[in-house]
Design a protein around this ligand. Structure first.
Ligand code: HEC
Length: 161
C-alpha cells in the first residue's frame, strides 16, 4: 500500500541523509533537502524510527526546551499574553494547538519564528529542514493516536487544495 511506500521513503530519506554524515547530529552539513511529507498525497504515517526520534529529541532539548519545556509541555499560561503583551510558549505535546497545523505550516512557523510580534526566534539557517522534520516527528510521537489521526486529515487536506 501507499503508506508503506511513504514510510520507506521517509526512512530512506533520513538514512541517506545520515549516511552522508558520519556523525549524525554533530555535523551541520546541509543535506539535499526535499520535504518528504508534502511531496505526496499519501497520508503521512507516524515516524517510529528510534534514531530519528532520538535525533529530534536531542535537537529539541538543545534549542527549544528552554521555552517549550523538556517534554514540550509548554507554559501553563500559554493562552494569556504575558506582561510584554506576547503569548508564552505553548505546549507542543498535543495538548495545545500545534496539531492544527499541517507540516508545511509547522515548518514555516519554526523557520520564521514570531519576532517581533511574538517571542519565538527564527531557526532558518540554524537548523536544516531535516533537523526540523526530526523535531516535528519527535513532537508527533508525543501526540495521542486520536490527535495524530486528526492531524493526518488536516495535513492531507492542506495538500489537496
Ligand atoms: C525564546 C523562546 C522560544 C524558543 C527557544 C522556541 N520557541 Fe517555539 N514558540 C515560542 C513562543 C513564545 C511561541 C508562541 C507563538 C508566539 O510567539 O505568539 C512559540 C510557538 C511555537 C510553535 C507554534 C505552536 C502553535 O500551537 O501554533 C511551534 C510549532 C514552535 N514554537 C516550535 C518550536 C521549536 C521546534 C523550537 C526549537 C527549534 C522552538 N519553538 C523554540 C517561543 C520559543
Amino acid at each position: 500500500m501507499n503508506t508503506n511506500w511513504f514510510v520507506m521513503g521517509i526512512a530512506c530519506f533520513f538514512s541517506v541523509a545520515s549516511c552522508n554524515q558520519n556523525n549524525v547530529g554533530s555535523t551541520q552539513a546541509p543535506p539535499a533537502v526535499s520535504s518528504p511529507a508534502s511531496s505526496t498525497l499519501t497520508v503521512p504515517a507516524r515516524v517510529t524510527d528510534k534514531n530519528i526520534l532520538q535525533q529530534g529529541k536531542n535537537i529539541f532539548t538543545k534549542n527549544c526546551s528552554q521555552c517549550h519545556g523538556n517534554n514540550a509541555e509548554g507554559s501553563q499560561e500559554w493562552r494569556k499574553p504575558g506582561a510584554d503583551g506576547k503569548y508564552p510558549p505553548p505546549p507542543l505535546n498535543g495538548t495545545a494547538h500545534a496539531w492544527h497545523h499541517p507540516t508545511d505550516v509547522l515548518m514555516e512557523i519554526i523557520k520564521d519564528g514570531t519576532l517581533p510580534d511574538g517571542n519565538m526566534p527564527s531557526w532558518e539557517g540554524k537548523l536544516s529542514d531535516n533537523e526540523i522534520m526530526a523535531v516535528i516527528f519527535w513532537l508527533q510521537s508525543l501526540w495521542t493516536d486520536e490527535i495524530f489521526k486528526t492531524w493526518q486529515g488536516i495535513d492531507l487536506s492542506s495538500r489537496e487544495e
